[in-house]
Structure formats: structure tokens, C-alpha cells
Ligand binder design. Structure first.
Ligand code: BJW
Ligand code: ZN
Length: 247
């Protein structure tokens, strides 16, 4: 049985705004591989070969194959107990805000209403030249899909060396500043500027709670660290919180 500290439950009882900063690890129990770590997809595929604009220009077919493969996995996946618990938290707290590095839509499908997507969304695509959006199924029958203007269409995700969508980052930053409790779930915490939001939350006075299979660079600044599966730990935290408000 995972033990949940009473002091954390007390902090939650005094909280109006709780924030979940999530990474690939929250979706691993839904069958979506993580990037890094033991079963990370990037153990086999080098990120710099795929997740950057130059790689796309050099070999758009290879990059699209990777995204289409992942899209299929994402479509077949279902939100797990961790996503669902976060969504359920909306019944207990004034503000429950998700800041995610994931592009998989699982928080939305779980029912979370306030979501900032820092690294884009695999469901959307846009033309690299005129920036027009294409949200429908793309046709790959004659090679890499192109816009009417002739530009290549790419997935609307953030690659290395690209700026994060400003509205999403600023929304996430505001949430981090206002957070009472800031959960960091399933991220290796190596990709910036996203991870900087954890430090923003900490400096703004939030209680930081890390949930991960293993230690990360954020463990030392976290007020609480739970090492195990998000799909087991988050439901236990909600369960203890519920018990405490009954008594
Ligand atoms: C579980 C679990 C379970 C498993 N339960 N836990 C040097 C220093 C600092 C910064 C830089 C630097 N050199 C370059 C940079 C900048 C660069 C960066 O941060 N690089 C570092 C890697 C060194 N950042 C950027 O380039 C960003 N843009 C930028 O900085 O713009 C400014 C700029 C503009 C122009 C010029 C110069 C600067 C953009 C970053 C974009 C990241 N994009 C990706 C791909 C998105 C699209 C896609 O999905 O294909 O985003 S990379 C990839 O990493 C993806 C993720 O969102 C991101 C983070 O990964 P995450 O989520 O942490 O996953 P994992 O796999 O790493 O970790 C999983 C964790 O879960 C593990 O810890 C497990 O233990 C755990 N876990 N199962 C609980 N059941
Ligand atoms: Zn175009």
C-alpha cells in the first residue's frame, strides 16, 4: 500500500489551485512508449534525426512515418487511471490545470478542461510555407502531403530548436505562479523551457510533488517524491484526500 503523507493531504485541503505538469510517463500505462528511460523509443531512434525541422526537410517521409506510427498508437490508446484521476480532481478543487509536454490528447479525452499543451498536438498539421492548418486525415497515397500553395505539411508539434506556442507557455507560466500544489508526473525533466515551469512554481511558493518511476533532477527540489506508477499513486492521493474531507 502506497503511504500518502498527512501533511500533503493537509496542503491539498488548503489548496484552491492545483496543477499537473505531465510528461510521457503519464501515458506509458496507456501503452504509449516514452522517449527516454528503459523502454524509451529514442533508445532506438535518435531524436536529432527525427524531432527537428532540418531532419524533416531532409527526409520528410521518414519523419512522417514516425509520426504516423505514433498516431496509430495514440488513437488505439485509452486514458489511464492517472489521466482519469486528474480529471476527477476537478470535482474537488476550484482550479485544476494541466500543463502537458505530451501531444497525445489523453488528458482531453479523460475530461480535463484546462490544458496547456507545450509541445503541440499530434492531431493537428500545418503547411510550413503559408501556415494553413490541416486537421483532417491527410492523404499519403502520393507521398508527403502538400498544401495548395505547394508547401509541405508537417505535424503541429514542437521540435528541438523551435519556440513553444506562446499562448500555451504563458498560460502554463501563469498557472505555475498561482499553483498551491504543483504535481510533476512522468517526466525525465530534461527538456527546456518546459521544465523551467517547475522552478517557477517552486519559487512562487507551491508545494511540489513529484511522481515518477525513478529519481530525476527535480527530486531534490520536490517537497514530496513518490517513486512508482502514476496510475497507482495519483488515485491513492485522491483517495486519502477524499477520506480526509469526509472526517
Ligand atoms: C513514469 C512512468 C509511469 C515512465 N509513472 N513515471 C542545453 C541546455 C538546456 C537547453 C538546451 C540545451 N541545448 C538545447 C536546448 C534546448 C532544447 C532542450 O531542452 N534540449 C535538452 C534536451 C538539452 N529545447 C528546445 O529546443 C525547445 N525549444 C527551445 O528551447 O526554443 C528556444 C529556441 C528557439 C530557437 C533557437 C534556440 C532556442 C523545444 C523542445 C521541444 C521538445 N520536443 C519533444 C518532441 C515533441 C513532439 C513529439 O512528441 O514528437 O517533446 S522532445 C520530447 O521530450 C517531447 C517530450 O515532450 C519531451 C520531454 O520528454 P518527457 O515527457 O520528459 O519524456 P521522457 O521519455 O524523457 O521521460 C519519461 C519519464 O516518465 C521518465 O522519467 C520515466 O521514469 C517516467 N515514467 N513510466 C510515472 N508509469
Ligand atoms: Zn501552404
Amino acid at each position: 500500500m502506497i503511504q500518502i503523507d498527512k501533511s500533503l493531504v493537509n496542503a491539498l485541503k488548503e489548496s484552491e489551485s492545483i496543477v499537473f505538469f505531465t510528461g510521457a510517463g503519464i501515458s506509458s500505462e496507456s501503452g504509449i512508449p516514452t522517449f527516454r528511460g528503459k523502454d524509451g523509443i529514442w533508445n532506438k531512434l535518435r531524436p536529432e534525426e527525427l524531432a527537428n525541422f532540418d531532419a524533416f526537410i531532409k527526409n520528410p517521409i521518414m519523419v512522417w512515418e514516425w509520426y504516423n506510427h505514433r498516431k496509430k498508437i495514440v488513437h488505439e490508446a485509452q486514458p489511464n487511471a492517472a489521466h482519469l484521476t486528474i480529471s476527477e480532481m476537478q470535482n474537488y478543487f476550484k482550479d485544476v490545470i494541466v500543463i502537458t509536454q505530451n501531444i497525445d490528447n489523453l488528458h482531453r479525452r479523460a475530461g480535463s478542461n484546462a490544458i496547456y499543451e507545450l509541445h503541440g498536438n499530434i492531431e493537428r498539421n500545418f503547411c510550413i510555407d503559408c501556415k494553413k492548418f490541416f486537421n483532417e486525415e491527410l492523404d499519403f497515397s502520393v507521398g508527403v502531403p502538400k498544401c495548395d500553395c505547394g508547401g509541405l505539411i508537417r505535424p503541429d508539434v514542437v521540435w528541438f530548436g523551435e519556440y513553444l506556442p506562446e499562448d500555451q507557455f504563458l498560460g502554463g507560466e501563469k498557472a505555475a505562479i498561482n499553483a498551491d500544489v504543483f504535481f510533476v508526473v512522468g517526466t525525465s525533466a530534461v527538456v527546456y523551457p518546459a521544465v523551467g515551469l517547475v522552478y517557477t512554481a517552486k519559487q512562487s511558493g507551491a508545494t511540489v510533488v513529484e511522481v515518477n518511476l525513478e529519481k530525476t533532477a527535480l527530486s531534490s527540489i520536490s517537497n514530496y517524491s513518490f517513486f512508482g506508477k502514476a496510475g497507482e499513486i495519483l488515485p491513492r492521493i485522491l483517495e486519502e484526500y477524499r477520506l480526509s474531507i469526509k472526517s
